[in-house]
Every structure is written in structure tokens, then in C-alpha cells.
Design a protein around this ligand. Sequence first.
Ligand SMILES: Cc1cc2nc3c(=O)[nH]c(=O)nc-3n(C[C@H](O)[C@H](O)[C@H](O)COP(=O)(O)OP(=O)(O)OC[C@H]3O[C@@H](n4cnc5c(N)ncnc54)[C@H](O)[C@@H]3O)c2cc1C
Length: 297
Amino acid sequence: MIDVAVVGGGPAGLTAANYLRRFHRSCLVLDSGKSRARWIPESNNCPGFPGGVSGDELLARLRRQAAAAEVPIETATVERIVRASDGDGFVVHAGERSWRARMVMIATGLRDRLPGDWAEQAMSCGALRLCPICDAFEVSDRHIGVYGHGADIGSHARFLRTFSASVTALPLDGDDGGEEGAAARAEGVRWMDGGTLEFDDGRCVFRCNGKATPFDTVYCFLGFETSVPVDGLALERTRSGEIVVDRHQQTATRGLYAIGDIVGGLNQISVAVGQAAAAATHAHGQLPASPRAAEAA
Ligand SMILES: Cc1cc2nc3c(=O)[nH]c(=O)nc-3n(C[C@H](O)[C@H](O)[C@H](O)COP(=O)(O)OP(=O)(O)OC[C@H]3O[C@@H](n4cnc5c(N)ncnc54)[C@H](O)[C@@H]3O)c2cc1C
């Protein structure tokens, strides 16, 4: 029986595990290795990195920090988290393997829906972006496209007007965006007819009415998918699948926490690590006390 099994080894999961180990708790990170952060070419809003940091470098540093705290990290895709048959804690299953833990933290993040199999290459050079809160500052005053279902992109296009006078809505379906679309157009957003987004020669290009229009960068809003491998445990979720938690990051099941992007709210590294700190500290307080033996002093 370990104290806490952390499912997911992105910024949220690794930070929680580091906190737990520093409370002298036993824990384990189970990770399938597909953090959203791996797609960050350079983050400039991650606290403590004045010259920016790539997602891969940040993840490597977080893993090194976890290793220094002696956090075991297993490569595994968790398929089921269930209540232990005797009611004491949980059992986490991945393939043939299973682990028993008093508490579980779900830090599995989200899976972005992308516009094509070229998306990863386009993200790596900044031609395609997913998160204006993260990096729209870097494209201030450039020609920005906003791609997605017309009904969804009006508010995002309006937000991007903070950063550039040249914002163009690129609806994949020709939808005019309703009231948000009208407000965006009133605020100077150009609204195109329906079309398709392509990646050509290092740039995203919107093909519509037989014409191809290139952009300095395109923000894509196609939503995301979530998968939460709990089985038979009470869990409240938003309409888009994110987990609802209390102020300690605890779900509707006592001892089951959720942290990071899988929780509804702002999807940012600073938020993910803040939630991890809060959850780990609360979990430590709820676990059976573990006073240090006198001979350790
Ligand atoms: C292109 C891009 C740029 C971004 N730029 C910034 C930025 O500049 N600043 C910023 O603050 N944020 C940025 N973000 C957002 C940031 O990456 C996320 O907020 C952050 O990664 C969330 O951390 P997380 O630990 O919750 O989830 P993730 O980092 O996604 O990690 C989740 C982990 O759980 C694993 N997992 C999932 N399911 C299972 C399972 N069943 N079993 C085991 N493991 C599982 C995944 O493989 C993954 O390793 C950006 C995101 C993208 C996509």
C-alpha cells in the first residue's frame, strides 16, 4: 500500500509527487508520456524563466526534480482506478500491473483536437498555436487567423484583438458566429467564408472560395478530449468532460483528487502546479499521521 498514486506525469503530476515525497509520503507517478507541454516551443509566462523555456526542457527539469526527491516514475497507461475490494483505498490498473494506494491524484490533462497531421510540425515553428493566453504576446501586431467552428471562434477572435489590429476569423463551416461573431466584426475582426486550413512552406494558409490566404500565425480552437479512467467512483464532470473539484482539489470521492488541465478552468502551467501544491498538502493532512522516529534525528 502506497500513500498516493499520481496518474499523469506532466507539470501537475510531477509537482504533486515532489510535494508528497517532501512530506515523507510514499508515492508513485504513472505516466503515458504525452504531456501537452511537449508541444510548447518556448514558454515566456512560466514563472522563473526570464529567457523562456521549451516544454521539453521544463518537463526534463521537473522529472529531474522528482528524481532528486526519489519519486518513482513508471511508464504506464492507467486503464482503471477502482475502490479496493476491502474498501480501504484504491487499486490502479494498467495492463497486467496494478498498484494499491490510500489516495489517488488524477493529473491526466487533455488531448487537443488538431486540424491535421501536419499540426505538430506547424506548432513547432509557431505557425499554428493553441493558447493565446500562453503566447499571443509573442505575435503582437502580426496577421493572426482564428480557426474553428464559426459558432466557437467569435469570442477568441475578440480576445486576440488585444494583441493585433489584424485578426481574421477562419470558420471551417461558414457559420457567421451569431452574436459573438457580430461583436467581433464590430470590433474590427475580418470574418471569412467557410474553408479549410492547410500548412504550406512553413505557414498556415486558409483556402476559401478558390483563394489561399497565408497568416503569420493561426490559433486553432477545435476543443479537446478527456479520458478519466475511474470505474464505479463518484465523480462530477463538466459538459466538456473536465473534473469538478472542491477548494482542496478533491473530487466527489474522498481521497480522489484531480489537478491540472483535467480540472475545469484556466489551462496553464502555473495553475497546474498551484493545484498540485494545494492537493498534495491537503492529502498529506488527510492521510494517517506519520511522525518521524526519534532515532532519525
Ligand atoms: C502548444 C501549447 C503551448 C502551451 N504554452 C503554454 C505556455 O506558454 N504557458 C503555460 O502556462 N501553459 C502553456 N500550455 C498549457 C500547458 O501545456 C498545460 O497547461 C500543462 O501541460 C498542463 O499540465 P498537466 O500536468 O495538467 O497535463 P499534461 O502536461 O498534459 O500532462 C498529463 C500527463 O498525463 C498522462 N496521461 C494521460 N492519461 C493517462 C493515463 N490514463 N495513464 C497514465 N498517464 C496518463 C499524459 O501522457 C501526460 O504525460 C501550452 C499548451 C500547448 C498545447
